[in-house]
Design a protein around this ligand. Structure first.
Ligand SMILES: Cc1ncc(COP(=O)(O)O)c(C=O)c1O
Length: 465
């Protein structure tokens, strides 16, 4: 039996004959305690988790009706409302990843035979379409080429062709392409036609402006592992009054008992109205982690956090452009939290990513679907979005690409990133304003980089700019 560098058994006595698997035989002494290697997570997700979140997750497990736990859940809901920028009472986190949040939003709002328009311009917007089809919806699709946004006129035309549209689905930040879609206009169009809008904010929440109430989004879901800074495993989700009204007045019950929001709300809802009823065992430790990630997010300030993502993204792309890595996503619609770039001619995708991981502990992501083998996707997300990670990755790319014969000027990428950081550093010393002119809530007022406890500097990986 051999072991990988992390001590995992790689050749156990695992056999299967004619599809029937036989009992594995192994010595429990041969399976070592887990020793997880350090990683700099700069792929499309997950990103690094706040140490505060990880520490909280190792606390004593609490029962799902323990008053202490209910208070924690209440705070998670309140903090999520602040991050989503909503007053929706039905705001919480379902015990699943982003895909499960997608499923929860769609299965509650779709009834068999409903006409649904899916705006599809990448891998995840296509996943919404597939789910709607499985749920028995009559699905129309308005499509745009990968790497671009779908023009609003096309969405309007597609909606006009549908007799009685019930729902429009859209991904705000398409992680397969690096595109930020103008969601607000689509939601407005949906409402004009009497449809509701479901918005995927898995990659956008916490990393760029998301205004659930101002944009009047009806159901919005996200993930914990991208710009929020907690491990994967929960999906923050929020439903407005219109959406809850639709759910409560369904003709047929939601097919999923587990994700039925009319049942979930008896556990999440207002405890003063007769207490909370058990629906499923809440994953208390996962919620502790989300609690801490949200607390850190709000200590930094939601708007400051968006500004931090923009700053590190600008620095990184200044560097990659100097390295000759051409951007993939349409100009003017590029995400801050996910840079996508073409792999240069003659450069071996897998060889680069393998060296990054083996020699630098850095994870970046390959292309998905039609972009597989053509692009790299680099996450600048949440706790991973910091100056030292940007310089580490630019330096590593420069070395590896240089070794592979790519034409580049040594040191120029870091210089280009540095020039961007200097812009911000100079602004910081010459004025007390936040570096980017963004609307700042009074409660979220601390200037960028301040109000972060020193303990939040992770082992070996600096945290903030
Ligand atoms: C935009 C978007 N939606 C949905 C998902 C699915 O989330 P998960 O992988 O957490 O299930 C992802 C994951 O990368 C995503 O980026």
């Amino acid at each position: 039996m051999s072991q990988s560098t992390t001590g995992h058994v790689v050749n156990g006595h695992n056999s299967s004959v004619n599809g029937v698997s036989h009992v594995e035989k192994f010595n429990i002494e041969d399976i070592p305690e887990l020793k997880i290697p350090p990683r700099v997570l700069m792929g499309a997700g997950p990103s690094a988790s706040y140490p505060e979140a990880l520490r909280a997750m190792s606390s004593t497990t609490l029962g799902h009706l323990d008053p202490e736990f209910l208070a924690i859940m209440g705070n998670v809901g309140a903090m999520l409302r602040r991050v989503f920028k909503t007053q929706n009472p039905i705001t919480g986190a379902v015990p699943t990843t982003g895909t499960g949040g997608m499923e929860a939003a769609l299965c509650n709002l779709i009834e068999p035979g409903d006409e649904v328009l899916c705006v599809v311009y990448g891998y995840f917007s296509n996943r919404m379409k597939q789910m709607a089809e499985r749920m028995g919806a009559v699905v129309s699709v308005v499509e745009g080429p990968w790497g671009t946004v779908v023009p609003i006129e096309k969405v309007k035309e597609a909606l006009d062709k549908i007799k009685n549209p019930k729902l429009v689905t859209v991904v705000h930040a398409e992680t397969s392409t690096g595109i930020l879609h103008p969601v607000q206009e689509i939601v407005k169009l949906a409402h004009e036609r009497g449809a509701l809008a479901v918005v995927d904010t898995v990659t956008s929440l916490g990393g760029c402006p998301v205004y659930v109430d101002d944009w009047e989004c009806d159901a919005v879901f996200s993930g914990t592992q991208k710009c929020i800074g907690a491990p994967p495993g929960l999906s923050p989700i929020t439903f407005n009054a219109r959406a809850m009204d639709r759910i409560r007045n369904r003709k047929v019950p939601v097919q999923s008992w587990y994700l039925d929001m009319s049942l979930v709300e008896t556990y999440w809802g207002d405890s003063s109205a007769g207490g909370r009823a058990y629906h499923y065992t809440a994953p208390s430790n996962a919620l502790f982690g989300l609690h801490e990630a949200l607390r850190m997010t709000l200590l930094e300030g939601v708007e400051n956090r968006w500004a931090r993502h923009e700053m590190h993204s600008r620095a990184f792309t200044a560097g990659t452009e100097v390295l000759g890595l051409l951007p993939y996503a349409q100009e003017g619609h590029r995400l801050w939290q996910l840079a996508t770039m073409y792999i240069p001619e003659g450069i071996d995708d897998l060889a680069v990513r393998t060296r990054l991981l083996r020699e630098y502990n850095i994870e970046i992501s390959a292309g998905l679907g039609s972009a597989k083998g053509k692009i790299w996707r680099v996450g600048i997300m949440g706790y991973s979005a910091n100056r030292s990670n940007i310089f580490l990755l630019l330096g590593a790319l420069e070395t590896i690409l240089g070794d592979m014969g790519h034409n580049l000027e040594k040191g120029a990428a870091s210089e280009a990133a540095n020039a961007i950081y200097h812009e911000y550093d100079n602004k910081k010393t010459s004025s007390s304003e936040a570096p980017i002119a963004l609307e700042v809530d009074e409660e979220d007022a601390p200037p960028i980089g301040e109000a972060i406890p020193a303990e939040s500097v992770a082992q070996g990986v600096a945290h903030r700019d």
